[in-house]
Design a binder for this molecule. Structure first.
Ligand code: PEP
Ligand code: MN
Length: 354
C-alpha cells in the first residue's frame, strides 16, 4: 500500500499519517518526491489490513491510497514514479548521460590496472571496475589480490579521476572495500545472499546488484529490496545474462529485462555484455543493443592484454576494441536521447595542448 499525499501537504499532516501507519502495525517509508510525498507501508499486507485503505484515505492531506500488488515496495515505480538517478562523485547513473563501467575482470598488478584505467578513461568510460575478491568456480583459480588489489584500484581511480567499482564476496570485507571503492558490486552468485545484501544496505555507498543467471527479474527486484530496506536507496540493477539451453555463448542476455525493469521499477539498470557473451567478439553488438533498449549504461571488461588475463580473458576487450565500441555507441545513444561522456584525457598520440 502507498499513501500519496496532496501536493504541499503540511508537515503536521504528514506526521499524523506516519503515526497512523505505525499504529496500524506497519513501518512507514517516506519518498520525498519532487511534487508530493509518497508514504510506502512496509510489512505483511493481509486481506484484513488492505481494508485500511478507507481509513488512510480519510486522513487530512491524503490525496489517494493505492494497493501495490508487487511484493517489492521500495523498488516499485508505484512508490516512486520518477526514475532514480544515483550520484557517484561527478557521475550520475540513471540520468541522461550513460554510465560506462569499464576495466579488467580482476586487478592483477599495478601496470595492468593503470594501463586499463588510462585506456578506458581515454575512450570515455566514466567508472572504473576491477575485482580484488573474485568469485571463481574453481578454488584453484586466481582468487584476486584482496586488499592490495583494492589499493591499486583506488590509486588508478584517483590517477584517472574515475570513481571505482569492485565486488564484495563476504561481509567481513565490506569495511575495507568501502574504504577504498566508490561503488560496491554484489555479483551474480551472491544476488540471493540475503545477509550480505542486508550488510551492504548498511554501507553508505551505491551498489551495483547483478542478476543471478538462474533468477527471475522479480527475484532481482526483491534482492534490491533487501538493500534498500536497510536504508540504502542507491541500487543499480545489472542484467548480465541468464542460463538457457543455448551454448554458443556463455549465458543468454535477457534484454527483455531492461524494459521490464524500467516499467516496474524506478531503479537504474545497466547491462554487462562481457559476462553475457563470454566472447569479446559479441560484446560491442550486445552493448549497442542494450543502450538501444533503454539501459542506463553498460559494464564492460577491458584488459591491456586479454591473452595473459588471470580471469575472463576470452571475453575481455583490448583497449582499441573498447575504443571502437565507444565510437559505435555514441550515435546509438544519441538516437535514443542519451549521451556518452566526453573523454577528458587526450587519446594516446594526441597533443594535450591542441
Ligand atoms: C564480474 O563482474 O567480474 C563477475 C564476476 O560478474 P558476475 O557476478 O556477473 O558473474
Ligand atoms: Mn569477470
Amino acid at each position: 500500500m502507498v499513501i500519496i499525499m496532496q501536493a504541499g501537504a503540511p508537515e503536521s499532516e504528514v506526521d499524523a499519517v506516519l503515526a497512523a501507519v505505525e499504529k496500524a502495525g506497519f513501518r512507514p517509508w517516506v519518498n520525498p518526491g519532487v511534487e508530493r510525498k509518497v508514504i510506502a507501508l512496509l510489512g505483511a499486507m493481509d486481506a484484513e489490513k488492505a481494508e485500511l485503505v478507507d481509513h488512510f484515505s480519510a486522513l487530512p492531506g491524503v490525496e489517494r491510497v493505492t494497493l501495490i500488488s508487487e511484493p517489492y515496495k521500495l523498488a516499485s515505480r508505484r512508490t516512486r514514479a520518477e526514475s532514480t538517478v544515483i550520484q557517484v562523485g561527478p557521475v550520475s547513473i540513471g540520468g541522461n548521460e550513460l554510465a560506462i563501467v569499464a576495466g579488467p575482470c580482476s586487478i592483477e598488478n599495478r601496470e595492468q590496472m593503470f594501463e586499463a584505467a588510462r585506456a578506458v578513461k581515454e575512450s570515455g568510460a566514466n567508472l572504473l571496475r576491477g575485482g580484488a575478491f573474485k568469485p571463481r568456480t574453481s578454488p584453484y583459480s586466481f582468487q584476486g589480490l584482496g586488499v592490495s588489489g583494492l589499493q591499486l584500484l583506488a590509486e588508478a581511480g584517483k590517477a584517472t579521476e574515475l570513481p571505482t567499482v569492485t565486488e564484495v564476496l563476504h561481509p567481513d570485507d565490506l569495511e575495507v572495500i568501502a574504504e577504498y571503492a566508490d561503488v560496491i558490486q554484489v555479483g551474480a552468485r551472491n544476488m540471493q545472499n540475503f545477509r550480505l545484501l542486508q550488510d551492504v544496505g548498511q554501507v553508505g555507498k551505491p551498489v551495483i546488484l547483478k542478476r543471478n543467471p538462474g533468477c527471475r527479474i522479480q527475484d532481482l527486484l526483491m534482492a534490491s529490496e533487501y538493500i534498500m530496506l536497510e536504508g540504502n536507496p542507491n541500487v543499480v540493477l545489472c542484467e548480465r545474462g541468464i542460463t538457457s539451453f543455448e551454448n554458443a555463448t556463455r549465458y543468454t542476455l535477457d534484454l527483455n529485462a531492461v524494459p521490464v525493469i524500467k516499467r516496474f521499477s524506478h531503479l537504474p539498470v545497466i547491462v554487462d555484455p562481457s559476462h553475457a557473451a563470454g566472447d569479446w567478439r559479441y560484446v560491442t553488438a550486445i552493448a549497442l543493443g542494450a543502450i538501444a533498449a533503454g539501459a542506463d549504461g553498460i559494464m564492460v571488461e577491458v584488459h591491456p592484454n586479454p591473452a595473459s588475463a588471470l580471469s575472463d580473458g576470452p571475453q575481455s576487450l583490448r583497449p582499441e576494441k573498447f575504443q571502437e565500441l565507444m565510437d559505435a555507441l555514441a550515435p546509438v545513444a544519441a538516437a535514443v536521447g542519451r549521451r556518452v561522456a566526453q573523454p577528458t584525457l587526450p587519446r594516446v598520440g594526441e597533443d594535450a595542448g591542441e
